[in-house]
Every structure is written in structure tokens, then in C-alpha cells.
Design a binder for this molecule. Structure first.
Ligand code: DX5
Ligand code: ZN
Length: 216
């Protein structure tokens, strides 16, 4: 059984509390929060204060995706803000700092995750797989919602599931970008068990039905 993680990037920013409540009422258990700094990606979103506010009004599992340069500078802030999972990009810093950031996240009682952009091969995160509770494979170039799903990422998802089965079988494997009622099937077939859905969830006429389809 898969888990949907609705991305608040596609929600109404003047009505976060309403939309978080709607996600819960639709049956979602997780919430995906995209943090962008305008440097690692060409877009800017929210800071730790917004995560803290969401923590205050929601008991959903907060799945925080950091798309920021040198995330080690900010992991403490996002852990303190109430993230349950905190996921950092392998491309965002040196390998030493990436390892240190993942260890720091865990030491603060939060579940660490590692993300790869579409052009980054699975092998680039092999050394981090034993250290994380989530691996995230981007199925669009990070930065914006509503982009087309890259089906050519599926071999990488499959490869990472196999690599995880060897060294860390309990680790979640998440996909992010262009996931909808159709593309979710491919992701699940290839071993993903957490599926981010922004536009497909918040734009759905029947969100409870979308949760059922994506989690089936
Ligand atoms: C993109 C973000 C995604 C985004 C997905 O950089 O990481 O989480 O919200 O949006 P959709 O589901 O609309 O592709
Ligand atoms: Zn994301």
C-alpha cells in the first residue's frame, strides 16, 4: 500500500489551514512541504516559520523537501520547526557536509532523507542509503509544480528499490513531480511507496477519490 504526500506548493497560500484540514479530511496522512531558496532552484517558497505554523495546526506527517543550497546551514531550523521527515539534495553540498547534515537531522530526532534530481544517477547516493529513512527520486526538474512526469526516471526508481532492499529495506522510496491518477501506477510498479501529488491532489474534483487511487 502506497502513501500519498499532497504537496502544499499547489494549495492556496492564503488558506493553508483550510487546505491542510481538507487534505486530512480527504484521507491523506502526510503533507509534502517544498522549501526553495532561489539559488539551488529558480523559485522561492517558504521558510521554517511556515513549517512551524503548519505543525501547530496539523497532525499530519510533515514531509519537508529542502531545495536549498548547503542545507546543513538550516537543518536545525527545520527540525525545530516540527518536520517529521527532512530531505536534502545530494547535489546541494559536498559529500562530507551531506553526510554531516543527515547525521545531524537524525541526532535531532527527525527522519533524514536524500533526494536526486533527474540527471543524478542512483550510484551518487549509494553511500548515504544506510543513513536515511527516505530516498526521493525527482520525476521533474525541481522548482515548480504542474510539470510533466518524466517516465524515463522509472529505471532509476527500480534500481534504487533494489539497492535499498540490500542495505536498508525499511527505507521509504518517494517520487515527486507530475504524479497523477495515471502516472502513479508506473511509480508503484517500480517500487515507490510514497507519492507526492501537488496539482493532481489540490486540483482534483474529488480529493478523497484521488487519495484512494494514488494509494491503491
Ligand atoms: C517540485 C516540487 C514538487 C511539486 C510537485 O520542485 O518538489 O513537490 O510540488 O508538484 P506536481 O505534483 O504538481 O508536479
Ligand atoms: Zn517536492
Amino acid at each position: 500500500m502506497a502513501i500519498i504526500s499532497p504537496s502544499i506548493l499547489a494549495s492556496d497560500y492564503m488558506n493553508f489551514e483550510r487546505d491542510l484540514t481538507a487534505a486530512k479530511q480527504a484521507g491523506a496522512k502526510w503533507l509534502h512541504i517544498d522549501i526553495m531558496d532561489g539559488i539551488f532552484v529558480p523559485n522561492i517558497t517558504f521558510g521554517p516559520g511556515v513549517v512551524k505554523g503548519m505543525r501547530r495546526v496539523s497532525d499530519l506527517t510533515l514531509d519537508v523537501h529542502l531545495m536549498i543550497d548547503r542545507p546543513i546551514r538550516y537543518v536545525q531550523h527545520f527540525c525545530d520547526a516540527g518536520a517529521d521527515y527532512l530531505t536534502i539534495h545530494v547535489e546541494a553540498d559536498t559529500r562530507e557536509n551531506t553526510r554531516a547534515a543527515l547525521e545531524k537531522i537524525r541526532s535531532l530526532g527527525v527522519k533524514p532523507g536524500i533526494v536526486v534530481k533527474p540527471k543524478t544517477p542512483a550510484e551518487d547516493i549509494a553511500e548515504f542509503l544506510p543513513l536515511v529513512d527516505m530516498v526521493l527520486v525527482m520525476t521533474v526538474e525541481p522548482g515548480f509544480g504542474g510539470q510533466k512526469f518524466m517516465a524515463d526516471m522509472m529505471p532509476k526508481v527500480n534500481q534504487l528499490r533494489k539497492m535499498l532492499d540490500e542495505v536498508n529495506p525499511a527505507c521509504h522510496l518517494e517520487v515527486d513531480g507530475g504524479v497523477d491518477a495515471v502516472t502513479c501506477a508506473l511509480c508503484k510498479e517500480n517500487g515507490a511507496d510514497v507519492l507526492v501529488a501537488g496539482s493532481a491532489f489540490f486540483g482534483a474534483a474529488d480529493r478523497a477519490e484521488m487519495v484512494k487511487i494514488i494509494e491503491a
